[in-house]
Ligand binder design. Structure first.
Ligand code: SF4
Length: 489
């Protein structure tokens, strides 16, 4: 069996993913998404930047793609010559019948003793990320393990180069035992005849190429991981209590789960209610649902029909730290009109201008509530205000006008959805996006494409997507107000 560092990285993200990478039917993999293609391109650009900034020349071994034996031979020849820096060399070693393959981004020559002479090499992993994640540290410790076997020497320096940051040293003696543990369990699972159980976790699965295959399997078995709030820890507890399906969960006494790890009385009740909602495909009020006057108060205040209502959604480009679009849907309930404003920075230097345009627009309607979904919009407004030294008298009053519908929906209602993201909720409420492919990651890709190609179609796709997000938020607000009204009768 052959084990690569990439496999070890994927194993840490999901054990099933590593298993499928080795044993799965490749024809079932999803196409690489545009966003992942962008990440790969960005990563390659980042590597080029690092290579250009190196204080020494580098060389790259030549060999046919995936011919690891030839790559290892060429790399060893370069190490024996004492090449200062080797870019994407190949290191191989055998352990208990498993071939360990390592491709550190850089091998840097250092003073010391190795089988090659009075020098040795230290491994470097180059990452696009700005954070030294635990999974990267394990990977670079793995490189060191294989390198030590090849050069018969350990290096004191084991580094990760993060984007726009100075090199960060990892504490090998702290990470190494963890890496060994993960490596051994990875090998064991890969040698097992059956794949690990599917477990859909939105964050983890979103960029995985096995998503459709795993999702279909989860769907066909009504897997509990599709129920919002069922984390891996909670799932393990449910299984311990022999709760494997929605029916059983929906009739479980909350007290049974109260003291289980990851639960507590509120979460137990919430999950059981979630199971009831999903099983019967109905919206249910939460335990925290207000009664009588409190409903009236909510309907009179933040969820009332105001003469003018604003629906707000932002698009950003995280790698450029750029806020390039403030989308605002102005709903005039008196004149029965709706007007969408796309305040768009076509180039990064337009950010300040669109920020000012946003302020002008929201202050044109000084009493209109501003509906949005999740805290990101409010956080961004505060961030931009700081960045552009905007007078606080223009910002403070906005804070009481913002209404986060994600917070209101999740506090008040349990819905038969697989997650409380805008798309899942609004789709259940009957809203459809004009472009099915559109999502946050896709819009980041589109903006990058616009900047590189100048093709306006990319910009137009972003604006359509952003407008639909604003309109979906609008639908949600109306739906919630109606639900509250019905419950209050
Ligand atoms: S889709 Fe999710 S469960 Fe399936 S392999 Fe990928 S990360 Fe794992």
């Amino acid at each position: 069996m052959l084990l690569t560092a990439e496999l070890l990285l994927n194993y840490q993200r999901c054990n099933r993913r590593a298993f499928l990478d080795v044993h799965g039917d490749k024809s079932l993999r999803d196409e690489t998404s545009d966003y992942v293609v962008k990440l790969i391109q960005d990563s390659s650009e980042n590597q080029k930047t690092v290579l250009t900034g190196l204080d020494r020349p580098y060389e790259r071994p030549q060999f046919k793609s995936r011919d690891w034996a030839a790559g290892a031979e060429a790399t060893i020849a370069m190490m024996a010559q004492g090449v200062e820096c080797i870019y994407q060399g190949v290191l191989l070693t055998e352990e208990n019948g498993v071939t360990l393959v390592s491709r550190p981004d850089l091998l840097l020559r250092q003073p010391g003793l190795s089988r090659f002479g009075d020098w040795l090499y230290s491994p470097v992993e180059i990452k696009l990320s700005k954070r030294s994640k635990a999974e990267y540290q394990v990977v670079v410790a793995y490189h060191m393990k294989v390198l030590a076997a090849v050069q018969e020497a350990w290096s004191e320096s084991v580094q990760i180069y993060l984007k726009d940051k100075p090199p960060s040293d990892i504490d090998l003696w702290e990470v190494y035992p963890r890496m060994e543990e993960i490596l051994q369990s990875c090998i064991q699972e890969l040698q097992s005849p059956t794949p690990p159980e599917v477990f859909i976790s939105r964050n983890r699965c979103a960029l995985c190429q096995w998503y459709t295959d795993c999702y279909n399997l989860a769907k066909s078995t009504n897997h509990l991981s599709l129920l919002p709030g069922v984390t891996q820890v909670r799932y393990n507890e449910l299984v311990n209590f022999h709760i494997h399906d929605l029916e059983t969960l929906s009739t479980t006494e909350p007290k049974l789960l109260d003291n289980a790890p990851g639960f507590g009385p509120d979460m137990a009740k919430r999950l059981i209610r979630q199971a009831q909602s999903s099983l019967n495909d109905i919206a249910l009020p939460t335990e925290a649902f207000p009664q009588g006057r409190s409903i009236e108060h909510l309907l009179r205040t933040e969820l009332s029909d105001s003469p003018i209502e604003l629906y707000f959604d932002i698009e950003s480009e995280p790698s450029l730290e750029l806020i390039y679009l403030h989308g605002v849907l102005v709903v005039d309930r008196v004149n029965k009109t709706e007007e969408f404003h796309a305040l768009l920075a076509e180039t990064p230097d337009g950010e300040a201008r669109v920020w000012q345009e946003f302020l002008d627009l929201v202050w044109r309607y000084p009493t209109a509530p501003i509906y949005h979904f999740c805290p990101y919009e409010v956080q961004t407004v505060n961030k931009l205000a700081k960045q552009y030294e905007t007078d606080r008298s223009l910002i403070e009053p906005l804070m009481s006008r913002f209404v986060d519908l994600h917070e209101r929906v999740t506090r008040l209602v349990v819905l038969p959805v697989e997650g409380y993201a805008l798309k899942a909720i609004a789709k259940w409420m009957g809203f459809t996006w004009r472009d099915e492919r559109a999502n946050g990651a896709q819009s980041i890709y589109w903006y990058a494409q616009w900047l590189t190609t100048g093709d306006r179609e990319f910009l137009e796709s972003i604006v359509v997507y952003n407008e639909d997000d604003c309109r979906a938020t609008h639908r949600m607000k109306d739906w919630l107000a109606e639900f509250l009204t019905k419950q209050g009768i």
